[in-house]
Design a protein. Structure first.
Length: 149
């Protein structure tokens, strides 16, 4: 009777070990997919930051066109990633086509860019931009103050 109980206990432990190993092998790809999804979402938000920055730049200079430099003001000291965003603006009459790009790189030990983890682009078209200055009394820099004073 004791030997049957021992054999049953060993069999149950063996089944538990097999299930644990199977779950462990499933867990790793799931974690990698979640990490990749997180980096893609961050790249999307960074691309959105590029679009917002471009909108402010166009507000301050309606004739702005071309590509910006890479902005790196989003990097966090001590993390393992380098974040970049940039934008481009093209002019067609009163229409502006703005493209924001967000990129996430793995950071090497020397701080340089490693493997590209995620890249996202957002394109926005703005219609009805006139190439004239706003009238006096208009808060054209969104400071809350009249710039004509």
């Amino acid at each position: 009777m004791k030997s049957q109980a021992l054999i049953l206990a060993i069999f149950i432990m063996f089944i538990g070990a097999v299930i644990s190993v199977g779950l462990m092998h499933m867990w790793e790809p799931t974690m990698m997919a979640n990490s990749l999804q997180k980096q893609n979402l961050i790249a999307f938000y960074i691309a959105q930051a590029g679009v917002e920055r471009a909108k402010v730049e166009v507000l301050n200079n309606v004739s702005l066109s071309g590509n910006s430099l890479d902005f790196t003001d989003l990097d966090i000291t001590g993390d393992n990633y380098n974040f970049y965003y940039n934008f481009s603006v093209s002019i067609s009459g009163t229409q502006r086509d703005i493209t924001g790009r967000g990129v996430v790189y793995e950071r090497n030990s020397d701080g340089s860019d490693g493997k590209l983890l995620a890249h996202r682009e957002i394109a926005v078209t703005i219609d009805g931009i006139s190439d004239t200055s706003p009238p006096d009394g208009v808060d054209d820099d969104l400071s809350g103050m009249d710039q004509s004073l």
